[in-house]
Design a binder for this molecule. Sequence first.
Ligand code: PEP
Ligand code: MG
Length: 592
Amino acid sequence: MAEPLHKGEQVFRGIPVSAGVCRGKILVLGKTQHTIHRQPLLDSQVSEEVNRLERALVQTRHEILEVQRKVSHAMGAKEGSIFDAHLLVLEDRTLIDEVVRVITTEKVNAEYAFHQVAERYATTLAAIEDDYLRERAADMRDVTSRVLNNLLGHSENIDLRHLPEPCIIIAHDLTPSNTAQMDRTKVLGFATDIGSKTSHTAIMARSMKISAVVGLKDASQHLQTGQYALLDGFNGTIIINPTDQTLFEYGQLIRKQVTLQEKLRDILFKPAVTLDGHRIFLSANIEQAGDAEAVKESGAEGVGLFRTEYLFINSDRLPTEEQQYEAYRQVATALKPHPVVIRTLDLGGDKFLSHLQVPTEMNPFLGWRAIRFCLQERAIFRSHLRAILRASADGNVKMMYPMISGLDELIQANALVDEYKAELRKEGVPFDENMEIGAMIEIPSATLIADSLAKRVKFFSIGTNDLIQYTLAVDRMNEKIAHLYEPTHPAIVRLIKATVDAARRNKIMISVCGEMAGDPVLTPLLLGLGVDELSAAPPLVPQIKFMVRRLKTSETVDLATFALNCESATEILARCQDVARRSAPSLFESKA
Ligand code: PEP
Ligand code: MG
């Protein structure tokens, strides 16, 4: 629940996921408030009111049929049939006749009559000790809400691409594709009840430079569209009705940020090299072809992770080989001669296609995801790999596979690449014969067989977001267990070290492209563990470079040695914070 910071304001605390402070009016999504007033009718108005009810019922029926059609198409007929129960509510003559009776005998408005009757039915059903009937109560309330929306002329579907005015979005949850579609000129920031730092929604927010807070529990229930708020993406708070004192304090914080940005600008195009001359390769993570410009502006030396799935999520149908080629070519050409590491399609988990029929899974992050999906969906994988290969003729393109859990997956994927290379050769289509292929290390089993994998690839890239999730068995999306999601857990430190050692033994490059690489607190540790490259969202790259340039190798190695011998995640984190804050204090002045 909310607590005051200064008298007269309400503060909700969550998890900070995308830095920055913004203020403005809030827009609460997915919460239509039905303020139902009882309006008496004249005799002459009664029959039109019954007609109005009938029209709302027909409209609701159309809407439900449309939702059912979409769900059946995307998830299968069984899932779609769930909406049969909703349709039955609309066809329940006892219920409808009762509503008509209330309108005509009590001479009251349709929304009032419908709400009264439907709520009485739902309450009765919900009170019965029977799971089936309780579910029918939920169906009843769902349908009631839709009918009332139609009677009151409300619409649930707010298009985030075309908002009328700048605002802070508040929602129970937002999908990565909701976020990707936000109009950055209108969305000042966003806050959600659920989510965590490494959910793809949070990653997208950082990449788009939209201040964001997640994990606010039930804040969306307490907030109303139109309230004035200040969102603090550094510390993870949203403050409703901020007082002058709070606004003054935030003014100071923003001034510190401006000073820091000036410092970061000074080093933007300088090399990422430690005080004693150790050179690190610093690259950027991108989600869309248009991000290439942001990569250049960030001072990154290329792209360490191109999450290609957004090309698929953001369109109504599967992108063709040609469309994909165009997107990859655009990035490769824009950043030439810098490398662009294109990650093969990582669908599944929290990233789905509304236009592809994929069965619902109990554990999507353990399911039909990433390379597993691609190896079975050969037609999709073929056009994807061909597009990447073709783009390799236009720049310094490399490619890597996500979610490799065993050697067979790597061997199969490499065999397909060889097959498509042969096709392109035959067709006379140019591509880079020596395009480097790497494997993401994001499952503990991959670290344990890293030597075998390393013999068959040119580089490793550690996906710490998933590596942490799979090693510690902590869902990266779940705010309830976010405290257990510990990048400095001794197991994670040791897995990174083991992966680095395997890369060294096999003389291949090793990069980290998970969110750990974008956290300046962890830069000294990752350098000390021996990684060659860090890849982070473009807005985070300057801070990481700033940190690298203030470190001494001996200090980072001492930190890594300590971490490898330490039994406590908290102690490792404290030591990392100590080294980081001492080395570059100005990076941390925005934190409360
Ligand atoms: C990771 O898992 O760390 C990673 C970089 O991939 P993604 O976040 O897209 O799963
Ligand atoms: Mg991953």
